[in-house]
Design a protein around this ligand. Structure first.
Ligand code: 5RP
Length: 219
């Protein structure tokens, strides 16, 4: 089974965790796009959605789902999103799609965070395969890059990319992520950063892994 089919397999299995009459938080990326298509089939069972990016909001609306502002909803029952890397402790690196800040906000606000991945995303230690994206206020790009180098990182400006919040992204290779919670906090302390793509403090509650023969579950 190819990676995209495994992504769809994980995404479809997340439907079981959607509560009738609830607001569903929806992430960004190719795995989440499969989830949106699946969610559209049961759209009359959900009260609405909140979206982690403009691209996701457009796809949700196109599929007939109501998209609400996060400030206008009392509770997000479940947030479903993909990841670039995932450990067996359900800690993640996210943000290859550039939506990390809004993803982090909805994950923080949600009662349950469900991560959907294909099995190629599993790693023993975060940072093994994917860089850590850091969303940065544009005028702070050079300053933040120098601070990241001082921490042992190797930052690359994702040239041309502008986030939905009007900011830029630095993709950071080579950081020591053996203690991801500490690393997430350290990056958060750099003035001029908005958010980083380490999801360790608010990790996933459930990870659904499309693995071909079956969907594996971490919880
Ligand atoms: C976007 C993300 C995505 O969830 C992550 O990049 C995984 O993407 P895909 O499902 O396309 O593999 O964090 O900001």
């Amino acid at each position: 089974m190819d990676a995209d089919t495994k992504k769809r397999q994980a995404a479809e299995s997340a439907l079981d965790l959607v509560e009738t009459g609830s607001v569903v938080g929806v992430g960004t990326g190719s795995t989440t796009n499969h989830f949106i298509d699946a969610l559209a089939r049961i759209r009359f069972r959900v009260d609405g959605t909140v979206a982690s990016s403009e691209a996701t909001a457009a796809r949700l609306r196109d599929r007939g789902l109501r998209v609400a502002d996060l400030n206008a909803v009392d509770e997000v029952a479940v947030y479903v999103d993909g990841a670039d890397e995932c450990t067996r402790h359900r800690q993640l690196v996210k943000g290859a799609g550039g939506a990390l800040t809004r993803e982090k906000i909805i994950a923080a606000a949600a009662r349950q965070f469900v991560c959907i991945v294909d099995d190629s995303k599993l790693v023993d230690v975060l940072g093994t395969k994917a860089p850590v994206p850091v969303e940065v206020i544009p005028m702070a790009r050079g300053y933040v890059a120098r601070q990241l180098v001082a921490l042992g990182g190797n930052p690359f400006w994702r040239e041309g990319a502008v986030t939905d919040n009007g900011n830029v992204i630095l993709d950071v290779h080579g950081l020591d992520l053996v203690d991801p919670t500490a690393a997430e906090g350290t990056l958060d302390q750099i003035t001029g950063t908005v958010a980083n793509g380490i999801f360790a403090r608010r990790r996933a509650d459930v990870v659904l892994i499309g693995a071909g023969a079956e969907v594996r579950k971490l919880s």
